[in-house]
Design a protein around this ligand. Sequence first.
Ligand code: PLP
Length: 192
Amino acid sequence: MIHLVKKNTGGVVQALEKKFCEITGKEQAVFMPSGTMANQLAIATLSGTNSKVFVQDESHVYRDEADAAQTIFNKRLMGLSKGEPYFTAAQLQAAVESLQKDEVFPTGIGAVSIENPVRRMNGRMVPFDELQKISAYCRAQKIPLHMESVSSMHYMRQEYSMHLCLSACGSLPGRYYLRGFSWNQIPVQGSA
Ligand SMILES: Cc1ncc(COP(=O)(O)O)c(C=O)c1O
């Protein structure tokens, strides 16, 4: 999928992608024309054939992307923490464990996606220490973590993929959007 996306890029786009790699320390970056596309592609790629993706109930992915994850990519979005800007590591763990206990035919957890800051919640943030706990839990469980709308360097270290919006978070003027995601060493669930 990434190969197809990158095929027609070059020149200035390639230079931007290279810059993203330098800024984020990731091995690959892909420029996408919209944030929705960046999120959807990241989630679909990270999840592989696993169908469930945990998201904030108030996130753009859950509420504002026309159910693309479900209808195009066959993912089941699992909304957590309705009415709150974020879920905690403990809440995530409880949700994962309850699935493992209660579902008769396990289909696998593909990814966790976290929007930060949360647009629908007036830009409220996930506290950094909570994000570190979520990240540690995801790593231990080998669940890829996608960060959406990353706005700060130290948040970039916590995840496998990210979506950067330079107009919203990087103080660039007007409606200039740069969306990208990158990742390295995505763990495979079930591997040692
Ligand atoms: C947090 C967040 N994520 C994703 C998007 C989607 O971006 P786009 O409209 O470029 O698809 C938006 C759009 O405003 C957004 O606020």
